[in-house]
Structures are given as structure tokens and as C-alpha cells.
Design a protein around this ligand. Structure first.
Ligand SMILES: Cc1cc2nc3c(=O)[nH]c(=O)nc-3n(C[C@H](O)[C@H](O)[C@H](O)COP(=O)(O)OP(=O)(O)OC[C@H]3O[C@@H](n4cnc5c(N)ncnc54)[C@H](O)[C@@H]3O)c2cc1C
Length: 429
């Protein structure tokens, strides 16, 4: 495959797309962009490992995070990719554990990761796949310039017209008193990892779980099952993903993206019923405090705990800079995927997807939720989003950083052309 990396000063031939990240969101994006007819030479795909991102690594170790997505909906995405790109389909010899499971059951992420790894291995052969970490993106007059750190430590450079950031997210952290030891949520999400942690720390008796999401309920479930006393702090009550029927008869799932699902929902519903009736084996083992101001609750009840798990959402992983600023200084448009500065000005040619930059979807019942998960990434990366990326006026790069000016890609472009284009583009920002 064409090598697009070269010394910084010699970059002249921008790729059409660079996709950063190797998780489910990036896999969907590379498959859809390549499947839309863009030549593999024009698509550069970058990840340090190509092991299906956090989905296939951190969240798939040991007994793995138990997923809340049905086998059927993973399989729908896999089948859609095989149809679009037959070279990614499994051969007769390929065995995925998922294929032996009933379609309506859920499965651990490590099982769902197997076909995604197979797709990755084949998709890498179709595009310019490069192992490495992007450290810098810079808007330059001839395109978006990227600095890449290769596995051997050397630094190289790339140039492109468009970048799709699918760089994943990290759990949001919370400042807690010094007497509290913070447990990484990824440990509490995986039963076998938690068992090992508790074996190494046998004196743990009471753990605080902060949050009211599916992840918080999962951490609570694993801690209770391991015999730990849990004090949970929530700013709102649990929501459950519930089958519903709209007024026109359409069937849908209320709180599909943010509600509790599967085994975790079943366990939590039982826990709520049992504890309110003073029954069940976890009564007295689980205390739950709900209030608008969690800080006040923490001041009162946290001293009873030695450890805490904070499940309070995610922030984009912050491993690269754009125009010298960390990724935390940017946000994204939840309808178009366009990246923006904190002032709301678009950064032309840079788009964000995946758990770090989720699209927002409106359910039939009206609630607006972030669309996260393999099926959501695939389904929502629709023709509108692909057109948004493709139709981006790739030959014109606008500096949105204050003090920078607009210019055209072609060195020979007339200055008055730039003046004419400027108001049109600026109106779009
Ligand atoms: C408790 C829990 C339950 C879940 N249950 C489900 C479920 O039921 N169904 C489901 O579909 N999903 C589930 N998930 C997974 C969820 O969908 C994740 O959000 C998903 O892995 C995100 O995919 P992603 O592609 O956005 O990011 P990731 O999988 O995190 O991938 C990001 C990739 O980008 C790379 N990267 C980052 N920065 C750079 C850089 N500068 N240069 C190069 N590469 C870079 C990283 O190395 C990584 O490989 C669950 C997650 C959790 C925590």
C-alpha cells in the first residue's frame, strides 16, 4: 500500500481521509468510507495496535465487560460490513463464539470483539493502515498536517484533506478525600478483574459507587456479588431501557441509549424490589442515597467507605493536540460530527465520532440521548454524515484560530478568489 508518511517539508499529496483510532467507531467509518468508493490509497487508518480499541482490549480482558447489546444487533452490523466489503467476511474455517449464541441474548464484549478483529485484519489490507499515535494536528495552507509517533519511537508526518477522530474516551474522574482509594471503573466492570483486586486488598469492606448509569449499576452488581458492602451516591434515579409503543403503533425502546439493560437491569430491578421490601440477600449490603447535590451526600456518608468507584461519564481521551491545543479545548457538533473550538467555530475538515464524540439521537418519546455502541455507530453513520464529510470543501482550508487568515489549497490561486470564497465559507461556520 502507498506510503503516505514523509518528512514534514516534503508533504505535497494530501490523502482524502485520515481516520484516527481502531475501535468500533473507526472500523465503521473506514468500512463506510472505503465502501463508498474512495480508493484505499486515499484512506489512511491509524491506531497503535488495531485490536478493536478499548472495546477489544481494556474492556475485553479476563471475564470481560458483560455487554448489554443483543447478539443479533452486533451480527446485523457484521453482516452489513460483509455485504459492503466481501473481503472482510469470515471464511468457512473462521469460528466466532457469537455464532453459537441465541440471537436475542447479550454477550460479553470479548465475544463481540472477535468478528470486529477479523474485519479489522482484512480492512487493514484494503487501506493505508499505519500503527502509531498521532500527537499533533495542524491546519496548514495545503491541508491538515499530522505528526505521528511510530512504534519504534520515530516521528513522521502525514497530510490530509479530512480527519475523522475516533479516539475513544476515558472515565471522568472526581476529586475525593485522601482517605479514599479510587478503584478504576474498568476493574469493577469486569468480574474477574474485581476478584483479583479484592484478593490483593482483602481488607476492603465498604465501597462507594458514585453514579446512576448502566456502568454504575454494573459496578454495584459486581461488588455486591463479591460480598462487598456498597454505598451508592446518585443524582437521579435509575432509568431502565423499556419496550414502548408510540401513538402511531411504532415499537421502540425508551431510554435505549442511557437506560439499564440486560442482566444488569434484571439484577438492579430485583435489588430495588428486595431492598424496599426489606428482603433478599443484599438487604443491608446496599445503601443508596439520591439527591441533587451529591457533594452534600458524599460529605455525610463517604467517611463510612475506604474505596470508591466513580461512574460519572466519559471524557474524550486526550492524546493529541490540534493547533497546539489539547483535545479537551475542543467540542463537537452532535448533529454533524464537525469539531469546533470552545467558541463554537468549526475546525474545517476535522470530524469526531464514537464514544468520545457521540451523535445525539431523539427517541420517539422525545428524550435526547448520545448514541453509543457498535450498532449505534454503524446505524447513525448514515448517508447524511458521509455526505457531510465528503462534501466538505476540501480544497479550501480556513484557519479558525484567531489571527489566522483564509487561503486556498492551490498555491497559484488568485488572492481575489480567496476574498470571494471567504464570506460564503464563513457563513457556514
Ligand atoms: C460498562 C460498559 C459496557 C459496554 N457495553 C457495550 C455494549 O453492550 N455494546 C456496545 O456496542 N458497546 C459497549 N460498550 C463499549 C462502548 O460502546 C465503547 O464506548 C466503545 O468501545 C467505544 O468505541 P470507540 O471506537 O469510540 O473508542 P475505543 O474503543 O476506545 O477506541 C479508540 C481507539 O483510538 C485509539 N487512539 C486514541 N488516541 C489516538 C491517537 N492520538 N492516535 C492514534 N490512535 C489513538 C486508541 O488507542 C483506541 O484504540 C461498553 C462499554 C462499557 C464501559
Amino acid at each position: 500500500m502507498h506510503n503516505r508518511m514523509i518528512d514534514k517539508d516534503k508533504l505535497t499529496d494530501p490523502a482524502e481521509y485520515i481516520i484516527i483510532g481502531g475501535g468500533p467507531a473507526a472500523i465503521c467509518a473506514v468500512a463506510k468510507i472505503y465502501g463508498s468508493g474512495i480508493s484505499g490509497n486515499q484512506i489512511v487508518w491509524i491506531d497503535p495496535q488495531f485490536k478493536v480499541g478499548d472495546f477489544g482490549t481494556k474492556l475485553s480482558v479476563g471475564s470481560s465487560v458483560p455487554g448489554n447489546t443483543s447478539v443479533e444487533s452486533y451480527q446485523k452490523v457484521n453482516d452489513a460490513i460483509y455485504t459492503l466489503l466481501p473481503g472482510c467476511a469470515p471464511t468457512a474455517e473462521t469460528k466466532f463464539e457469537m455464532l453459537d449464541l441465541p440471537p436475542n441474548t447479550t454477550c460479553p464484549l470479548k465475544i463481540a470483539a472477535q468478528p470486529l478483529q477479523h474485519i479489522t485484519d482484512n480492512l487493514r489490507k484494503l487501506v493505508c493502515a499505519v500503527e502509531g499515535i498521532i500527537t499533533e494536528i495542524e491546519q496548514a495552507k495545503d491541508g491538515l498536517r499530522l505528526e505521528i509517533k511510530l512504534p519504534d519511537g520515530t516521528i513522521n508526518h502525514l497530510i490530509t484533506k479530512r480527519i475523522i477522530l475516533a479516539t475513544g474516551a476515558e472515565p471522568r474522574t472526581l476529586e475525593l478525600p485522601n482517605y479514599i482509594t479510587v478503584i478504576d471503573p474498568n476493574i469493577a466492570f469486569i468480574e474477574s478483574e474485581l476478584a483479583q483486586y479484592l484478593e490483593k486488598n482483602p481488607n476492603i469492606k465498604t465501597v462507594a459507587v458514585i453514579g446512576s448509569s448502566h456502568s454504575a449499576a454494573l459496578a454495584t452488581m459486581h461488588l455486591l456479588k463479591a460480598g462487598i458492602h456498597v454505598i451508592q451516591f446518585m443524582n437521579k434515579e435509575y432509568k431502565f431501557a423499556t419496550p414502548a409503543i408510540a401513538s402511531d403503533g411504532t415499537r421502540y425502546t425508551q431510554f435505549d441509549n442511557t437506560g439499564l439493560k440486560g442482566e444488569v437491569a434484571k439484577f438492579t430491578q430485583q435489588l430495588l424490589n428486595d431492598t424496599s421490601a426489606g428482603l433478599g440477600k443484599y438487604t443491608g449490603k446496599w445503601e443508596c442515597y439520591i439527591g441533587d447535590d451529591v457533594d452534600i451526600l458524599l460529605k455525610t456518608y463517604l467517611p463510612e467507605c475506604t474505596h470508591a468507584v466513580a461512574c460519572i461519564g466519559y471524557l474524550p481521551a486526550n492524546r493529541l493536540k490540534i493547533n497546539g491545543l489539547p483535545l479537551s479545548e475542543f467540542k463537537h457538533d452532535k448533529i454533524t460530527t464537525q469539531m469546533m473550538g470552545k467558541d463554537g467555530k468549526h475546525i474545517p475538515g476535522i470530524f469526531g465520532i464514537g464514544v468520545a464524540f457521540p451523535l445525539e439521537v431523539k427517541a420517539i418519546s422525545g428524550e435526547i440521548e448520545p448514541a453509543v455502541g457498535v450498532g449505534k455507530f454503524w446505524g447513525n453513520m448514515n448517508d447524511r454524515i458521509l455526505a457531510q464529510w465528503r462534501n466538505y470543501p476540501a480544497d479550501i482550508f480556513v484557519h479558525t484560530v484567531p489571527g489566522h487568515s483564509l487561503f486556498l489549497k492551490q498555491e497559484e490561486a488568485q488572492p481575489d478568489q480567496a476574498k470571494k470564497v471567504a464570506p460564503k465559507i464563513r457563513a457556514k461556520l
